[in-house]
Design a protein around this ligand. Structure first.
Ligand SMILES: Nc1ncnc2c1ncn2[C@@H]1O[C@H](COP(=O)(O)OP(=O)(O)OP(=O)(O)O)[C@@H](O)[C@H]1O
Length: 453
């Protein structure tokens, strides 16, 4: 296994935003890495040897069904087939420079680096996830890589290449590049409009439903772990399988994740208490994510009805102790509220499956938009339009000209206007439209000048 010392720390990738500045985490303590596999050597060792790269070939996930046929086996009631067998594989020792040109660090923390690279032998752009070897165990690394690789052929799960190796300092695996980054960097302070949220919800529920069908629980669903491949959100993918665990195993809490993402039944646990890992924790996190993308923020800081008034209000409503819709949910339609109740119920027995949201796709989700200013008029031709209006108004000022153009194109393409068009006319229409949406609209607002195409 090389000369790298195994240590049992979990690794963190620090993020600079979120609720309370917490960091989020790789799970250091679930038990799935106990599933070592000796019968599976052929399937598992092949992709990890240097030959796949030294021959100048980067295997694209899903290209070889036969080698990865385990995933197609129907899981029995308590298992997901061989997917839970984490192979023990030697990782070839090499340096990044042997085969890669590092072009950019996409994200960096104390414990891992996400590097945008060019794989020289194939002239392919890849992202390398480099985990500090001192801060994780090789088993944890292999588990993450294995699950990511085995799940890769789902359309809405990030594809991992059949390439993993170690350097003197890191355990590394290769994956495809998401050109638009993660969802966290794509949602404005007022969230995305309903159409985009529905698209995202549909794709993520499909990815998570697929994982659940394999008896796997993601356990770390949040906006940072959803990657964006098209500017109109028609293609997003789930990533980061560091906390992924087989359903039913006894686990500890995922450490250092945003507290807003932690389900109430886990918040209530005492320190170091273990609990059974179940898909309903993904359902909870899905409900939080849905709210987050619709509004730009999580609904509360923590699902603690004693300490967090916003959660206490929702819990009373959800348990039908009051008919008063909590203020921060008032913009949503009764149908979406019904959906939220099912995902965000305190009662774990009542909580819905991850795919429940699909029943609500034809419904209206947002009834009216709360403006930044309470006194502002809330009426617009369609609430969707107004979402975009606020989004442009408040977010774009922080962005560069290129980013502004990109956002603008995304907005237009979500309205089917991504064909070549008269940009002058478009701009005039957007300005007219903005001024009818919002009485306080200032045509001189600096950010809008950046929309000049
Ligand atoms: N393939 C990719 N393409 C583009 N950006 C990526 C890719 N993979 C990861 N990132 C960026 O790096 C960030 C961290 O990635 P990832 O979640 O895999 O790392 P991590 O160390 O497990 O993070 P954490 O445990 O903090 O969630 C993502 O939120 C995303 O912004």
């Amino acid at each position: 296994m090389g000369t790298i010392e195994k240590r049992s720390f979990s690794f963190r990738l620090r993020r600079s935003f979120g609720d309370g500045g917490s960091t989020n985490s790789r799970n250091s303590n679930n038990n799935s890495s106990t599933c070592t596999n000796h019968n599976n050597q052929k399937r598992c060792s092949t992709p990890l040897t240097p030959t796949s790269t030294s021959t100048g070939r980067l295997e694209v996930p899903g290209a070889s069904v036969s080698r990865r046929s385990s995933i197609y086996k129907k899981p029995d009631k308590n298992d997901g087939g061989q997917i839970h067998m984490i192979p023990d594989v030697e990782l070839p020792l090499m340096t990044f420079a042997d085969q890669y040109n590092i072009e950019k660090t996409l994200a960096e923390g104390c414990f891992a680096k996400i590097l945008l690279c060019r794989h020289r032998p194939t002239n392919t752009t890849v992202v390398l996830k480099a985990v500090h070897a001192e801060l994780t165990t090789i088993k944890e690394f292999q588990k993450e890589f294995h699950y990511n690789y085995e799940l890769s052929h789902h359309h809405h799960i990030l594809s991992a290449y059949a390439v993993a190796f170690q350097t003197m300092d890191y355990y590394v695996f290769a994956m495809e590049h998401a050109p638009y980054g993660d969802l966290a960097s794509n949602i404005g302070p007022n969230g995305l409009h309903e159409t985009a949220c529905k698209l995202i919800a549909e794709q993520l529920s499909s990815a998570l439903g697929f994982m659940h069908s394999k008896n796997l629980v993601h356990r770390d669903l949040k906006v940072e772990n959803v990657l964006v491949f098209t500017p109109d959100f028609t293609r997003v993918k789930l990533c980061d399988f560091g906390a992924t665990t087989k359903k039913g195993l006894l686990v500890h809490k995922v450490k250092h994740t945003w507290t807003s993402c932690v389900p109430p039944e886990q918040l209530e646990l005492i320190k170091n208490e273990r609990f059974q890992c179940l898909p309903i924790s993904d359902s909870w996190q899905f409900g939080i994510l849905l709210y987050n993308i619709l509004t730009g923020n999580p609904p509360w800081l923590s699902a603690d009805w004693v300490k967090d008034q916003a959660y206490a209000n929702f819990m009373k409503y959800e348990q039908r102790k009051t008919t008063k819709v909590p203020e921060n949910f008032r913009r949503f339609s009764p149908r979406l509220m019904r959906c939220f109740r099912k995902y965000l119920t305190h009662d774990t027995e009542e909580r819905c499956k991850i795919t429940e949201v699909n029943k609500y796709m034809k419904d209206r989700w947002v009834e009216c938009r709360i403006s930044a200013s309470k006194s502002a008029t809330l009426i617009s031709p369609t609430p969707q339009d107004q979402d975009s209006c606020i989004y442009l108004n408040q977010r774009e000022g922080r962005l560069s000209g290129d980013e502004n153009k990109l956002r603008f194109r995304r907005m237009m393409s979500s309205y089917g206007l991504d064909v070549p068009i008269d940009q002058g006319m478009v701009r005039k229409r957007v300005w007219d439209w903005l001024s009818t949406c919002d009485a306080s609209f200032d045509p001189e607002v600096e950010s809008l000048h950046a929309l000049e195409m």
